[in-house]
Write a protein that binds this ligand. Structure first.
Ligand SMILES: CC(=O)SCCNC(=O)CCNC(=O)[C@H](O)C(C)(C)COP(=O)(O)OP(=O)(O)OC[C@H]1O[C@@H](n2cnc3c(N)ncnc32)[C@H](O)[C@@H]1OP(=O)(O)O
Length: 208
């Protein structure tokens, strides 16, 4: 009998549950780690078997996915666990449409219905959430998050740890720079500087 691969998911959140579902569809046996352990020992029917320190001490034993929505924390945990010997597969829903010419790096997750078109590059730890569209030649830098139903037109660049909100649209060739946030439903037609929050149609920088 073929042995199932074990995926350790760090973060027993809603996002973690979606990752678990997709991992199982890809043939993984799933277990969770969360810092609420031992107070919390289960998420739905899945077992939580330790906290992030426990995972750090057993990083060699599993393939790992960091299911933490906060981009900075996801980055910090992935870097730590990688130094401890962790391996981070790409977790992609079977119903995501990923071009054979797209590049997807370790630790990235791609949810159901997402499209990643030819020559897009998705760097490590990126989340391409449900039904997001990442058009040709986009560049998604490390640990950014493209929320459900967001649309990035051709050649868009999203900076490290940036967050594009649900249903937002980014015009072709525009850059959303590192650590910035695009509000849900916004339409971005000009470059957004680092660490800015932009909301509305068209998106304007907002002090929040
Ligand atoms: C599977 C998943 O669930 S993935 C998660 C998907 N979630 C999202 O996409 C959410 C994205 N987040 C947002 O859109 C948030 O509203 C943010 C980050 C832009 C701002 O959040 P906060 O910092 O809490 O700001 P807050 O709610 O206080 O609003 C500040 C101002 O911005 C406005 N604003 C906030 N979000 C938006 C938006 N998306 N579009 C237009 N205006 C907005 C508010 O009306 C308010 O305006 P005012 O100062 O004139 O009253």
């Amino acid at each position: 009998m073929m042995r199932m691969r074990k995926l350790a998911i760090l973060g027993a959140s809603g996002h973690g549950k979606v990752v678990a579902d997709i991992a199982e569809l890809n043939g993984y046996d799933v277990i969770f780690f969360d810092d609420a352990f031992p107070t919390k020992e289960k998420v739905e029917h899945w077992q939580i078997i330790g906290c992030s320190t426990d995972l750090l001490n057993s990083a060699h034993d599993y393939e790992i996915c960091i299911a933490i929505g906060n981009n900075l924390i996801r980055q910090q945990k992935q870097v730590q666990l990688k130094q401890a010997g962790g391996r981070f597969p790409v977790i992609a829903h079977p119903n995501a449409a990923i071009s054979r010419y797209a590049m997807i790096a370790e630790g990235a997750v791609v949810m159901a219905g997402a499209t990643i078109n030819a020559f897009a590059q998705v760097k490590c730890g990126v989340i391409v959430n449900t039904c997001a569209v990442v058009e040709h030649d986009c560049m998604l830098n490390e640990f950014c998050h493209i929320s459900p139903n967001a649309t990035l037109a051709g050649g868009v660049e999203v900076g490290k740890c940036a967050w594009v909100g649900a249903g937002a649209v980014v015009k072709q060739l525009v850059s959303v720079n590192g650590y910035s946030v695009i509000g849900a439903g916004s339409v971005v037609i000009n470059d957004i500087p680092e660490r800015a929050t932009a909301v509305g149609v068209p998106a304007k920088i907002k002090e929040v």
